[in-house]
Each structure stands twice: as structure tokens, then as C-alpha cells.
Design a protein around this ligand. Sequence first.
Ligand code: ADP
Ligand code: 5GP
Length: 229
Amino acid sequence: MSSITTTNSPVSAAGQLRPTTDRRGILFIISAPSGTGKTTLCKQLTANLPDLWHSVSYTTRKPRPGETDGREYYFIDEQPFQEMIDRNEFVEWARVYGNLYGTPWKSLTEKIEQGIDVLLEIDVQGAMQVKKRFEDSVSIFILPPSISALRSRLQTRASDSAEEIQRRLQKVKEEVWNYREYAYIVRNDDLSRSLRDLESIFWSERLKTKRLNMTWLENNFILDDEQKS
Ligand code: ADP
Ligand code: 5GP
């Protein structure tokens, strides 16, 4: 069997980011009730897929054990966060479980212009704001198998107090009710299956007709040699 390369999109080793003018980057939004497994899945996705960049949000939440400033989040106080809001530095921001979280504009737009896909791991309020600003974005909602599975995942993660876990569980019904606003639903029961489902969405979106680079098409099929750019 011969091996054929059919894509005109940049292919690099997973984890590398290779700027391209082939197309604009795609904005992927992932939301899920806390404890569903979205951070676990998003880390795997960015490790497995080439040319995907995970945006780093700002938050006023305190770091959990093992979290590093600039990797999971930029951890800042309320005052500088408010100043960033005033300077219009966020694509969206929201108060979630009592803390402020926001997605910065600068790096996100740079990556999209460079043709690198961007992954946002944000709550439902933020997702709705981003969808309005980026109509071309792709939204994915991840569901846990059940509330009891979610409770046990939050307890196993052991990163939040019993009170905080209760607070997060109380919001689940309200969060899940927004599922209709998302283009895709992935049920995170078996981790490797969910990862496969997510990867399929990412690859399919990259192949959508509307994202095809017209210059590439014209140069290869339409224009004569002397007309090519
Ligand atoms: P979130 O980012 O949605 O709050 P995490 O990624 O932190 O959730 O996952 C919460 C806990 O659930 C972690 O301990 C993680 O290892 C575990 N977990 C994630 N996905 C699964 C799964 N499919 N089956 C069992 N446990 C899972
Ligand atoms: P955690 O404290 O568990 O890291 O995150 C709590 C919630 O805040 C999660 O639903 C997470 O997706 C969301 N979140 C993280 N960053 C952002 C952000 O920049 N904007 C918004 N709106 N939500 C965020």
C-alpha cells in the first residue's frame, strides 16, 4: 500500500507550533462542569495534535498544589485583574465559583493570524461571549457520565475543600442545561474514547470546505503559471 499525503495544512510533530499563511487558526472552545475531566483531556489533546495552542487565562483563584504561574493560569489579585478589564485586555471574563477568570486578547489573536489553532478551556458564560465575537469558533461541551461520577472525580482529584466541591456540584444542573449552545457534545466516560472523539472533531473542523485556502486552490487548479501569486 502506498502512503499518500493529502493535506495542504501544516503538519509538524505533535506539540510543535508552525506558523502558516495557509489558513487562519480555528478557535476551539471547550466547557464542562468542574471535575468532568476537561483539563486532563485538553492536556492530552495539545500533546497529541500538531499546531494547537492552549490559551493561558488570568485568574484571581489561588494556585492549587502543582500549578505553576504562566502554565495553568496567570495568577493575579483582583485589583490588577480589574485594571486589565478597564484596559479592555480580555476577549471575555467571568466570575466563576467566586473567582475572576479571563481570556487575554493579545496572544489569542496573534496565534489565529499565524494560522495556529487555539484551545480555550472556559466556563459557559465565557463561551457564550466568545461565540458572539468569533462566529467561526467551534464549541464543544463535555459531559460527565453522571453526577455521582462527577462527585467522585472531584473527591479523587482532592484539590478542593468539601465545601468547594459542594459549591461546584450545585452549579451542575444549570451548566448542563446550556448544552444546546454547543456544536458538539462529548461524554467523558472512558478517557481514551473521549480523547479519540475530541481528536475527530479537531481534524474534521480543519478539513471543512469553508476553511480551504483559496490562494492554494487558485494556484493549483485555476490560474495559469504567469497569473500565479
Ligand atoms: P476538570 O478540568 O473538568 O475540572 P480534571 O481534568 O481536573 O477536571 O479531572 C478531574 C478528575 O477526574 C481528575 O482526578 C482526573 O484524573 C479524573 N478523570 C478525568 N477523566 C476521567 C475519566 N474518563 N474517568 C475517570 N476519571 C477521570
Ligand atoms: P478551575 O478553578 O477548576 O481551574 O476552573 C473553574 C472554571 O473556570 C472552569 O469551568 C474553567 O473552565 C473556567 N475558566 C478557566 N479559565 C477561564 C477563562 O478565562 N474564562 C472563563 N469564563 N472561564 C474560565
